[in-house]
Design a protein around this ligand. Structure first.
Ligand code: FEO
Length: 170
């Protein structure tokens, strides 16, 4: 059984993972219509991964005697200024999610909920992976420069990306 405080912060994370999925879906759609099929593919896969994260929280809350609730999800932006600003936004968002996951750990410790703390550690590790994947993409973008986005787009799917951190997730 989880306490109300733990249930509330886990439900907050359901909302944030859902928003992450919509944000990356919106970015994917933008990239697809601006001639970047590789970037779009990466982002569509990322959107799916965020949906999976959201579902993990939903099932955990319900399995532990709580009630997962879906609340109004914020509308993600529809326009982006370019490929580099887009990935900078992804990194900023993932850093926000990392802080959000860390806040869950803090609440678990306060509430002496060692079970949830143990469960959420998967996300602590996942966030290291997610931030590092996006940083790698930004490093590559800096290397190729704005004038060689065709090659960047062609190669992005070969970079470590969504799904690469799936091992050990079940
Ligand atoms: Fe579910 Fe990208 O954090």
């Amino acid at each position: 059984m989880i306490t109300e405080k733990v249930e509330n912060i886990l439900n907050r994370q359901v909302n944030r993972e859902a928003y992450s999925s919509l944000l990356y879906l919106s970015m994917a759609s933008w990239a697809e219509t601006h001639g970047y099929p590789g970037v779009a593919g990466w982002l569509y896969a990322q959107a799916e991964e965020e949906k999976d994260h959201m579902l993990r929280f939903v099932h955990y809350i319900n399995d532990r005697g709580g009630k997962a609730g879906i609340e109004g999800i914020e509308q993600p932006p529809r326009e982006f200024e370019g490929i580099k600003p887009l990935f900078e936004q992804v990194l900023k968002h993932e850093q926000f999610i990392t802080r959000s996951i860390n806040e869950i750990v803090t609440v678990c410790i306060e509430e002496q909920d060692h079970t949830t703390n143990n469960w959420v550690q998967w996300f602590v590790s996942e966030q290291i992976e997610e931030e590092s994947n996006v940083q790698e993409i930004l490093d590559r973008l800096n290397l190729v420069g704005e004038h060689n986005l065709y090659m960047f787009d062609r190669d992005i799917l070969s970079l470590r990306g969504p799904g690469s951190s799936e091992s050990g997730s079940e």
